[in-house]
Design a protein around this ligand. Sequence first.
Ligand code: GAP
Length: 461
Amino acid sequence: MNEKENNKMDKIVSLCKRRGFVFQGSEIYGGLRGTWDLGPLGVALNNNLKREWWKMFVDGREDMYGLDASILMNGKVWDASGHTGAGFCDPLVEDTETGERYRADHLLKDAGHEADGLSLEEIDAIIVDNKIVSPNGNPLSPARQFNLMFESRIGATAGDEGRVYLRPETAQGIFVNFKNVVDTMSPKMPFGIAQIGKAFRNEIAPREFLFRVREFEQMEIEYFIKEAAWKDEFEKLRGDIKKWHTHLGLSEDNIREYEVPDNDLAHYSKRTIDFEYNYPGKGFDELCGFAYRTDHDLKNHMEASGVSMEYIEPDGSRYVPHVLEPSFGIGRAITAVLCEAYTEDEMNGDVRTYLKLPKHLAPNRVAVSPLLKNKPELVEKAREVFTMLKTEFGNVAWDDNGNVGKRYRRQDEIGTPHCIVIDFDTLGQEAPEHTDTVTVRDRDTGEQERVAISDLIQKLK
Ligand code: GAP
């Protein structure tokens, strides 16, 4: 990957910090690895993205039901799903001198070896044969499996009863509520249950900004189908995922579909496609996953809990449905959106940085300012326009700091699609034909036009 691309990622990370999108978690105490906090603009972008997802995948469809399950679940859930076993582990090696821990498959890949789906013995053999050492140059310990779930105990209960985990995926909250949703909503097959929420993984090596963290948000769908229909339904959902990426403004050239080979499939999957994004400085890597989970989860929960997970058709036939699962990580979606939007161009002889965010994702839909903040008549009129737009759109910014040029640059940098300025023309003091009109500036072109205040909402929409 070339230096320019590396540089671009550094600039995006720096912009995120500087402009209040993303801060390091627990920063004043030196941080906590693998955690990030969303600042005022980050949470706005995050909320917009989640709202758009819900609109597209839940409210925009007749076959989807929403859910919000608890993060803490009975420990038996994770035994039944297979997460407490070897299926949800990463191979770990230690630097024998410093004790620092690394993901063995990452070290192998960094050294140019194929690392997916290898047994611990195979990993050890490659390390020994190729004299692979830790990044500090020290010998490595033999590989061992490291489970990624954060374990805790609930209340003062001792023994197995009190064992809980921070959920490593939102999916299981959906599976254990399958029967509740069927009993209360009487959905027709095929149908999906969608959920947005936090997930936690004790990643051995969190890295690359929001890409691999220990606490993150997922937007997941479990789509229940008849086994015989899985291939057709797989293709339909695959198309829906592509539409979602277009809606995020991600260009086709930057998205790739990766068919996960059999030896690297998750323990529950019969087929998985990873949708990959071309991250600057990193290249193509996973953005979201799309898996055919068969009836693995419902069947296991049925066996372990003794509760039937069968779906009964109107004709009385019954079966355990199979499942297709589009699973989106919000941090990776936000990273991709920011990378796609980050643009540098030249304007009025200067280099300008701006985020070309789609309007429905931009933290501020529009910014309003008076030409001069020390002229009460301009401020009063500008407040009127601001209140009108804020009532309509909600996410409208008031910006009267510095001169207008600086305000434009500041709003460009955070992706505000339009800036509105109230000037003396608006008050009818200079050109009477411009009375009650304002200038509307377009972020991408920098062009300005005069628009009547009465037409503003329609124009911005
Ligand atoms: N329920 C299926 C599941 O969780 P996954 O491929 O392990 O599948 C789905 O995760 C998505 O969640 C990934 O494509 C990614 O976007 C996000 N994700 C997973 N682990 C992550 C981590 N440590 N940090 C940030 N995002 C993560």
